[in-house]
Design a protein around this ligand. Structure first.
Ligand SMILES: NC(=O)c1ccc[n+]([C@@H]2O[C@H](COP(=O)([O-])OP(=O)(O)OC[C@H]3O[C@@H](n4cnc5c(N)ncnc54)[C@H](O)[C@@H]3O)[C@@H](O)[C@H]2O)c1
Length: 404
């Protein structure tokens, strides 16, 4: 049971499905493809609809998952504001226990005006941090692909945005956000200071680097490690370890880039990137920058994976209280999160590909929610968009369309 594959039960047979041939693969890790008839396998999925548009988009994604040709048992549990209202805490113990004992977790979104003034431990967002910590998910995968149908949604020039298809692999549980010492104090001049510590151990670097190498070899075999090794000791160790590990992945072409240059290159020439791996703080910033290349927050999925146990899959958008309950939400980010759940969480690659293909076909047929609408297309609501995706889930003809 390993990161990215995270398949909590032994499958009858596992084969690694890749785009590029690779001489050395560790079959116990990452995105193994399950072989055999999908319908024979069965998984439990914890659904955490959350707040705002969360329940609307999760309902659509659940229907799509049900059509993936695999047996699922769903269990819906409260998190965020809805859990606060129901039981007074943002992450009830039962929710975490259920999530931990399932094969994968699908989250909608949390948060809303109603709870904005709550104390920190009673904020919906605290529930989100708690479930990430509780599941031990240390690798955050955020794809950013500019779909040809939506190229005009990008703020970049068409010729720059067209064909962008990259993945940011961000370390999620270490670095300066968690490093100690941290706090407030005074300096020698008796001036108030705030301080934090950027710290990474070899094991923390190695495990995120391995995830990234595996992701890269499943994509187009290019990995760019982003650091600040010209200034920071933690980055110097990062670069050293990533370079050492590269010898285990001869099929992956490794490059290094300083973070300031990476921020610039993402805008100047984003097509040069395939897979990016970086630490927590650089990944926080670069993954947001990369996602905005696509210009459509309602289209972007994410996956968070641990060393063992279920992964957490969620759209990158929030609960969108401004449109909640109005059937205006774009459910496609959550549907694509389901594709990541299948691919990275369960190793069910062909089922994932069918769902990705269905999303593309729905867009090809011209259906658009308000956030991605343009003249000449058909404006639909969240439910109708879901119905159109369901119509396009063709169980017989998987076709590779995205490299999520
Ligand atoms: N992972 C999460 O659950 C998560 C992430 C970010 C924000 N939040 C929370 O969500 C609440 C709202 O935050 P925000 O407004 O900054 O961000 P948001 O992502 O909820 O909304 C930003 C804008 O994008 C639009 N939007 C978002 N998702 C959409 C979709 N699927 N379809 C169509 N339009 C969509 C919204 O209508 C809004 O105009 C806050 O309480 C925040 O804490 C939760």
């Amino acid at each position: 049971m390993a990161a990215l594959q995270a398949n909590p039960r032994p499958l009858k047979a596992l084969t690694i499905g890749r785009r590029r041939p690779s001489p050395s693969l560790n079959p116990t890790r990452l995105r193994c493809s399950a072989s055999g008839k999908s319908a024979e396998r069965s998984y439990s999925v914890t659904l955490l609809p959350g707040d705002g548009i969360g329940p609307e988009v999760v309902a659509v994604a659940k229907d799509v998952l049900s059509l993936a040709g695999i047996n699922f048992q769903f269990k819906e549990m409260p998190i965020g504001g809805s859990a606060l209202d129901a039981v007074g805490v943002p992450l009830p113990d039962e929710t975490l226990d259920t999530a931990k004992s399932s094969d994968a977790v699908l989250l909608g979104a949390i948060g809303g005006y109603k709870w904005d003034k709550n104390e920190k431990h009673l904020k919906p967002e605290t529930g989100l941090l708690q479930i990430r910590a509780g599941l031990g998910v240390f690798a955050n995968l955020r794809p950013a692909a500019v779909l040809p149908q939506l190229v005009d949604a990008s703020t970049l020039k068409k010729e720059v945005a067209e064909g962008v298809d990259l993945m940011v692999v961000r370390e999620l549980t270490g670095g300066i956000y968690f490093g100690k010492p941290r706090g407030f104090g005074t300096n020698d001049n008796n001036e108030d200071i705030g301080f934090n510590t950027e710290v990474y151990s070899v094991s923390e670097i190695d495990r995120i680097a391995r995830v990234a190498f595996e992701v890269a070899r499943k994509r187009n075999g290019k990995l760019c490690s982003v650091d600040k090794a010209n200034v920071l000791e933690a980055s110097m160790l990062w670069r050293k370890r990533v370079t050492i590990l590269a010898s285990e992945y001869p099929d992956v072409e490794l490059t290094h880039m300083y973070v300031d240059n990476a921020a610039m290159q993402l805008i100047r020439d984003p097509k040069q990137f395939d897979t990016i791996v970086t630490n927590n703080i650089f990944g926080d910033i670069l993954s947001d920058e990369a996602s905005m290349l696509t210009g459509s927050i309602g289209m972007l999925p994410s996956a968070s994976i641990g060393a063992s146990g279920p992964g957490l899959f969620e759209p990158i958008h929030g609960s969108a209280p401004d449109i909640a309950g109005q059937d205006k939400a774009n459910p496609l980010a959550t549907v694509l999160s389901v594709a990541m759940l299948l691919k990275y969480g369960l190793g069910e690659e062909s089922a994932a590909t069918r769902i990705e293909a269905a999303v593309i076909e729905t867009l090809n047929r011209g259906f658009r929610t308000g956030d991605i609408f343009s003249s000449g297309t058909t404006l639909v609501g969240c439910k109708r968009m879901g119905e159109e995706v369901l119509k396009c889930v063709d169980l017989q003809k998987p076709a590779a369309v995205l490299t999520l």
